[in-house]
Ligand binder design. Sequence first.
Ligand SMILES: CC(C)=CCC/C(C)=C(\C)COP(=O)(O)OP(=O)(O)O
Length: 356
Amino acid sequence: MSVISDLRGAPPPHLRALLPGLGMSAARAFLKPLVAPPEDGRLYCPDAIRDDPALGALVDDRLLRWAGEVGIYPGRLDKLRSYGFGRYMMLAHPAVSDPDRLLMATKCLVAEWAADDYYVDEVELGAEPAVVGSRLARLISVVDPAQMVPRYAADMDGYHRLQPISEAFRTAVEHLSVYASPAQLGRFQHQMAILFLAWTQEADWHVNRRTPPVWEYLVQRHLNSYLPPMILIDVLAGYELPAHEFYHPEVRRAFTTAGNAAVIVNDLHSGPAESDTDFNLPRVLQLNEGLSHRAAMARTVEIHNELMHTFVGLATQLSAAGSPNLRRFLADTWAWLGGSRRWHATTGRYNHGSQR
Ligand SMILES: CC(C)=CCC/C(C)=C(\C)COP(=O)(O)OP(=O)(O)O
């Protein structure tokens, strides 16, 4: 049974108490001001709801201090600043003005990005496909602490002390724990395991010099989507979408579809800044289907738009039937997508001829 009929039919008593009796038309009206039909060939995606450059810069200042302390991006802190990851979180969470909450999310984001750059993608920065699996398995032991007998604990701690990315994750999770409930922290740990699995799949393509078929690339991008930062939406905003709603299959479908669409925006922007061996959807389409760059970009936009239409359709139905928290979560997801789009279009990571 889908969540829609589920919630309309016999919601549990505590849910029924929360249902405000909104119908489909009210839910559509709720989303409508945010949804504008795209012109042909244009991205079907909202823009940022808020842009507060001073708040973004404040979070970036604090981020740079933390990055220096944990030792990530050594000698490249100017580049890290130009990426504007603090600005990213300011754009993606327009209802959040507390710099510390935004910093917490930015630390998590940057720990992930540092692992992606230094372990997975950038050979010049030390990435080695043959050891990606081992490095990430060791790293997950920081995110979801490995229980160790005392005689070997010192060896494990000694290893992590020498790894700036381990330290980045340890301190980011510590900061996250200030704001997240145990269930929200569990979600994050789960999502990291999914992300790391996807990165080992990517390493397989490199080690075995294999170009994935389009469907396999899309599976990888489903696992390696924007969900890792997006699952913190309610944590930042100071509420909690309870597990029975967050993990409901239809909510999960809507949310993962949004995460997949968001990461395809990344693929549209990041291609020119990526190494020649890196994969993105336009490149995979070109290699598999012999498309020109222009045609592959157009197809990528189409795929993105299809995902977005699916998300909006599901979100509209879920908003009509779900709790106020679920409606808020879906609206916050829409706002996140708009902020993310604005960041991709303006960050120094992908614009102004930036190289990693
Ligand atoms: C690093 C991170 C925030 C994880 C979630 C999504 C993700 C892996 C990315 C957006 C990075 O994807 P990609 O490696 O294609 O990005 P770059 O082109 O390396 O910036």
